[in-house]
Structures are given as C-alpha cells and as structure tokens.
Ligand binder design. Structure first.
Ligand SMILES: [Zn+2]
Length: 311
C-alpha cells in the first residue's frame, strides 16, 4: 500500500475522539462517524480530508466504508479452502512475519490467521448453552465487518489471535500480494527480540518484557498493542512456551476449554494479556523451539526449519 493512501486511511480511521480542555478534562469530539448497533460496524466520515485526499481515496479502489456480512459456517469452510493457496505456505507466512518486525508491518497478522485456519476443526455453529458465540471457535453465527478498517489495521501493524471474524479478509488480501522476504535489518530486529525473550529474568512478566523491548527502541514505531500482537504470534508458534495450553501451531483448543484455562492462570483476572501469551513467564524463555546458536553462526534460519530440525 502506498504511503499517501496509508496516511489518508489513518486520518479517517483513527480520528481523535477526545480533547482535553484547559482544566485537563476530556471531552468528546464530534467525528461524523456513524455507528450501527445492529451490525456493530461504523461508516467513517471523510469530512476531515482535503479535496485532494478525498479524490485519492475515492479513485484508488480501496474498499473504504465497505460493509461485508459473514456467517460462521461459510467462514470456517472458506478458511479451510484459502490456506491451500500457494502464497500461504508456512515459509511465506513466517518470512512475512519476520519482515513485520521492520520493513513490512502488514506481514504480522497472516501467520496468526493461518495457524487458526489450519488448526480449527471443520464444524457447524455450536451454542448448546445458547451463548452468542460458537463454543468451539468463538466466532458469531453471523457478523459484519467494515472491510477497509480491517485491512487498514493489518497494514498499520496490528495483529491479534482473537479477531477471528477478520481472518478470512486478511488471508484473502495477503494471498494476492507478492511474497516478501525479510531484509537484513528485519532479521537483526527479530533475532534481537528473540534474544531479549531467551535471556529474560526468571520472574519477568509479559508486561515487563514488553516494556524492556519498547525501551530498547529496536522495533520501529513500537507501540503496546502492536508489540503485544507480535508476541502473541511467538506464543502461538510455541516459541514463547507456557505450561497451560498448547500453542495453535501444535493443537486446537476449543473456546470453552480456553475460558476454563484462562480462569486458572494466576493474575489473569487483572491482566489484559490473552492466552497463550498470558501463560508465559520469564523462566520459560524461548523453550526448545528456537535454536539460537545456529542463528549466531550467520545462517538465515527460519522457524519452520527449526521446527523440522526438532521433529
Ligand atoms: Zn465455531
């Protein structure tokens, strides 16, 4: 995505919603965005764009303010189909993830979407306790998304393991992009972060680790929740291991079981860190899955090679 479009999208999707008055009190700003309670989506106002920016946005073909509807059963089916796409090989996805540490923030989400799509069993919507979401995978029976906002989040460098409704959009768009290889700088950043995790003090929490990484200024534009997403991926790959729940790379855990496990993890009620990352602690380091010594010798070794070497 070109820089100019990214800037315009940031202006429409991340409008300032509050300002501080002279007494320091926050007041809400009228943005012109319209929220629809029925679908849980927003139509975004373009009032804050210049006429030149508006022209660029309308002429570039970006799916701005495009609401799409999805259903649980169809989405599970589509996820199973799309992971057969040749651009969605594990190597491509891991390369893009590592490039996500520097040159290519868009590369962060697809590996998470893929791991879910690969691990989730084929099933129909199940809510025997009459909840709103599926008891197997936590997806709603029907849902709506504003396509442009979802893709913008990915380009902006956000990634998350619980936003399942948006996984298909992510994989569909990513599969149309040319495969990306990490640069030398990306690899350096990635290895440095792995080093931070591997040498974590035994009693370090996820929050403390995040602060340490952020303070080092090693990741460009590092911000709390963008970094959180990057670490969630390491946890789902099993590179940041935990004793409570298997990573998605190894095994699917149904949503009800996840909730039960979540309640048993010490301190989880006060924390906004999600599983499986929430189960990591400094003494867990990077576990068996990452053979750091091989990287120090200068080989550009990817996680997939390391996994194969360990199996
Ligand atoms: Zn389900």
């Amino acid at each position: 995505m070109d820089e100019q479009l990214l800037k315009i999208l940031k202006k429409v999707y991340y409008k300032k919603k509050y300002i501080k008055d002279e007494k320091g009190h926050q007041t809400t700003v009228e943005t012109g965005d319209l929220y629809d309670c029925k679908t849980g989506t927003t139509m975004y106002s373009t009032d804050n764009l210049s006429s030149k920016e508006l022209l660029c946005l309308t002429q570039c073909g970006y799916p701005f303010n495009k609401i799409t509807q999805g259903s649980h059963d169809e989405t599970i089916h589509k996820l199973k189909e799309i992971i057969k796409h040749p651009n969605l090989s594990l190597d491509n996805l891991l390369s893009a993830y590592i490039a996500g540490f520097g040159s290519f923030p868009r590369g962060r989400q697809p590996i998470l979407s893929y791991l879910f799509a690969r691990a989730v069993p084929v099933h129909t919507f199940c809510n025997s306790h009459e909840g709103v979401v599926c008891e197997v995978c936590s997806l709603q029976k029907e849902f709506w998304l504003e396509k442009g906002k979802e893709l913008f989040r990915n380009y902006w460098g956000y990634s998350w393991n619980e936003r399942i409704a948006a996984f298909y959009l992510d994989l569909e768009e990513f599969s149309q992009l040319n495969p990306v290889a990490p640069t030398k700088d990306d690899l350096h950043i990635f290895y440095t972060v792995i080093d931070f995790i591997r040498n974590a003090p035994k009693d370090e929490t996820v929050g403390k680790l995040e602060q340490r990484i952020k303070k080092s200024n090693i990741i460009p534009h590092c911000e709390k929740y963008r970094l959180r997403g990057q670490l969630i991926t390491l946890a789902e790959l099993g590179v940041m291991p935990n004793p409570f729940i298997p990573p998605l790379f190894d095994k699917f855990t149904d949503f009800m079981t996840q909730c039960d496990i979540g309640r048993k993890i010490p301190g989880s009620s006060r924390s906004d860190v999600v599983l499986p990352l929430a189960g990591w602690h400094g003494e867990n380091g990077t576990g068996q899955r990452y053979l750091y010594g091989k990287c120090l010798s200068g080989q550009s070794l990817f996680l997939s090679d390391i996994f194969l070497a360990n199996e």
